[in-house]
Design a protein around this ligand. Structure first.
Ligand code: SF4
Ligand code: SF4
Length: 419
């Protein structure tokens, strides 16, 4: 029996797709030998699922690819999937001449492995295998220590990343049991927005939503199986169903009709879409049914938001978030981009004040990273990496008391982990 290994440096948004990929391989006679970070010498085929949303994430994907090429058994075939092949194909083709495909092209696997049962015949799963274990974390930490260049800056970089690995591992161990009992429903894929700094949209492509009836039948199946924690997943969940003449509010209306105990976690609701589901969300929150919500604001300053292409009325967004926050059981998180081109200290202060005003429970603090082919990369007023790092640290020192801040920075001012 042939053995396949999947090595993952992509984010959670790709996780259900990777579960479907495992089912595809098993259904075609392969043995899946663990989604792990250490390269297996037993694997006949290695799939590397990549991320490239910042320069640092992209560099990490290339470091990992290099390690795979060096450590695999000589006859093992390597395939690069995930977002990197769509985001920076030129850099990838300069070092890798094997098969590649992006997150909207999993069907390519049918030809690549000459499959009897096609990828599309396997339903997208609703649960995750817990395999990103302590071994994964240790593997990442070891690779990092091996790459240390002896400089003080390098030491600082390594310390930040090791701290991330440690925290992630502790969280995954603590929540491991619970994660096993979570039911995920991918409600949509792709993104209709055009944020000026974003390369993710090049990889995930346009909006494609699952019909409301299909989402609801998956929800009811999860309830019947005894699951009580539900997650709606998507690349841009707030835009759910705009491509099929519906919206997220209409889906939540149907969820409101369920007369059973459950909790629902909503993620990636852009502020610009919040009004589409605010009323239904409020009712579900009041009934303690929505327990966590992730609304990435990216900035609290109108000029910067306009430059980011995310123009929306932030006073209204703040009012909606504060109204939702009235419910104690609800946790709200966000993400912000620090050091966007031409951002002034005062404009960053607006972002910090917005966060303080809402009282987010957690914040992912991203350092701006100029990405290829984006409008933001060509804007005047690019800040130096040192300035961006310094600003990220000032955000942390201002907000750390009341909010859990996930901040990762390297000496180039890039974010170094996926949230
Ligand atoms: S580019 Fe974005 S969607 Fe793709 S793996 Fe990275 S964080 Fe996830
Ligand atoms: S909402 Fe903006 S940042 Fe998020 S994936 Fe879409 S274009 Fe990118």
């Amino acid at each position: 029996m042939k053995r396949v290994q999947i090595i993952v440096t992509s984010c959670n948004r790709r996780s259900l797709e990777l579960e479907q990929m495992k089912d595809f391989f098993r259904g075609n006679g392969y043995s899946v030998i663990g989604e792990d970070f250490e390269v297996s010498r037993h694997a006949d085929l290695i799939l590397h699922s990549t991320c490239a949303f910042t320069t640092a994430a992209e560099d990490f994907a290339f470091e990992t690819l290099d390690r795979i090429q060096q450590q695999k058994k000589p006859s093992a075939r390597v395939i690069v999937c995930g977002c990197l092949p769509e985001i920076n194909p030129d850099r990838l083709s300069s070092v890798f001449d094997g098969e590649t495909f992006g997150p909207r092209s999993y069907g390519r696997l049918n030809d690549i492995v000459n499959a009897e049962k096609k990828f599309e015949e396997f339903p997208r799963p609703n649960t995750l295998e817990i395999t990103r274990s302590l071994k994964t974390t240790v593997g990442k930490a070891k690779a990092l220590v091996r790459s240390y260049d002896g400089s003080l800056q390098g030491l600082d970089y390594m310390r930040t990343r090791l701290r991330n690995y440690g925290a992630r591992n502790a969280i995954s161990k603590l929540t491991g049991y619970e994660r096993d009992r979570q039911f995920y429903i991918q409600i949509q894929e792709g993104c209709p927005c055009k944020c000026s700094y974003c390369v993710i949209r090049f990889a995930v492509k346009g909006l494609k939503s699952k019909p409301i009836d299909n989402v609801m039948s998956e929800f009811h199946r999860g309830l019947a199986l005894g699951y009580r924690k539900f997650y709606f997943m998507g690349d841009c969940s707030g835009a759910y169903a705009l491509d099929i003449g519906e919206n997220l509010g209409n889906l939540l209306k149907r969820v409101l009709e369920i007369d059973e105990a459950f909790s629902l976690h909503l993620t990636d609701i852009s502020p610009v879409h919040l009004h589409l589901c605010f009323e239904e969300m409020g009712m579900l929150c009041a009934g303690h049914k929505i327990t966590s919500l992730y609304v990435p604001i990216q900035s609290g300053n109108p000029r910067i938001l306009k430059l980011m292409g995310r123009g929306c009325n932030m006073d209204r967004v703040k009012d909606m978030l504060l109204s939702l926050k009235n419910v104690d059981s609800l946790k709200i998180g966000t993400s912000i981009v620090v050091g966007f081109p031409s951002e002034t200290r005062e404009e960053l202060n607006d972002t910090i004040e917005f966060c303080e005003g809402v009282g987010f429970d957690w914040i992912y603090c991203h350092s701006f990273s100029a990405r290829p082919e984006t409008v933001a990369a060509k804007l005047p007023g690019q800040l130096t990496p040192e300035e961006i790092v310094e600003r990220s640290r000032s955000v942390r020192s201002r907000l750390n008391d009341k909010t859990l801040i996930t901040i990762a920075e390297d000496t180039k001012g890039n974010r170094t982990c996926q949230g």
